[in-house]
Design a protein around this ligand. Structure first.
Ligand code: NDP
Length: 245
């Protein structure tokens, strides 16, 4: 069975990825932290889309905080024990907590690094070995950000976490290449979600396409990286940002 676990799939980009996964006929495992009702809506929509494909396992929900290593491990091991190893994993859940560096609180540094970069480890450590033991092709996709490539004012903590994800992704890609498990990173620009609702409209002038992106436009690229067609793409960082450099 092609199960694809997507973290932070209750809303925003993760929600769009879960829908895209179901649209392609793979079974999304819909992870969330707090928003159970929203995650339930995603589950309903994914079930509807999967029912158009025959013989597919139904989607399911998983709840844990990705910064909580022990709980993440326990939930993931239990899920894998019941349903088997995942074909794909999308490390999407993330937070930002912006402030100019002199005013950055200790908590804002710690929570962003622990959630975004720590989340990479907490999620992938329990799932990678079962993926290897599955002895079939697999897919891992991580979410970085343009901030992790170019840096951004007021986002020293966030950019550090997202640059770290790029290094971790490329290294894991090298380790898993021989196993036919690809590991790639998608780096969005400014995408219309809850995370960016305070970004001023004037910023659009700095984007060659003069608009913010949509979650579905990121999900389409992640969907490609999860597909069979992306079997020879690994260790890459793909920007989805309307042409920003
Ligand atoms: P949203 O804020 O819209 O959604 C965040 C999701 O992550 C939610 O599903 C939330 O779950 C989950 N989440 C947050 N913290 C935790 C945690 N500690 N444990 C488990 N789940 C958690 O974010 P976006 O959709 O905008 O962003 C998705 C990813 O894309 C992030 O990694 C972000 O950094 C990256 N990105 C986004 C950009 C943008 O412009 N939007 C630009 C570049 C990168 P719940 O709601 O259930 O608590």
């Amino acid at each position: 069975m092609a199960y694809v676990l997507i973290t932070g799939a209750s809303r925003g980009i993760g929600r769009a990825i879960a829908i895209e996964v179901a649209r392609q006929g793979m079974t999304p495992v819909i992870h969330f932290r707090e928003r159970e009702a929203e995650a339930g809506e995603v589950l309903k929509e994914a079930s509807r889309l999967l029912s158009e494909h025959s013989g597919k396992e139904p989607p399911r929900l998983l709840q844990f905080d990705i910064s909580d290593r022990a709980r993440a491990k326990a939930v993931l091991e239990e899920d894998i024990g019941r349903f088997g190893a995942y074909y794909g994993v999308v490390c999407n859940a993330g937070i930002c907590c912006d402030a100019p560096f002199p005013g950055l609180e200790d908590d804002a540094w710690d929570s962003v690094i622990t959630t975004n970069l720590g989340g990479f480890y907490n999620l992938l450590k329990p799932v990678v070995m079962p993926m290897i033991q599955r002895r079939k092709p697999g897919r891992i996709v991580t979410l970085s950000s343009i901030a992790g490539i170019t840096g951004n004012r007021g986002q020293v903590n966030y950019a550090a976490s997202k640059a770290g994800i790029i290094g971790a992704t490329k290294s894991l890609a090298l380790e898993l290449a021989k196993r036919n498990i690809t590991v790639n990173c998608v780096a969005p620009g400014i995408i219309e979600t809850d995370m960016t609702h305070e970004v001023p409209e004037e910023i659009k002038r700095l984007i060659p396409m003069q608009r913010f992106g949509k979650a579905e436009e990121v999900a389409a690229v992640v969907g490609f990286l999860l597909s069979e067609g992306a079997s020879y793409v690994t260790g890459q960082v793909i920007s989805v940002n309307g042409g920003m450099v």
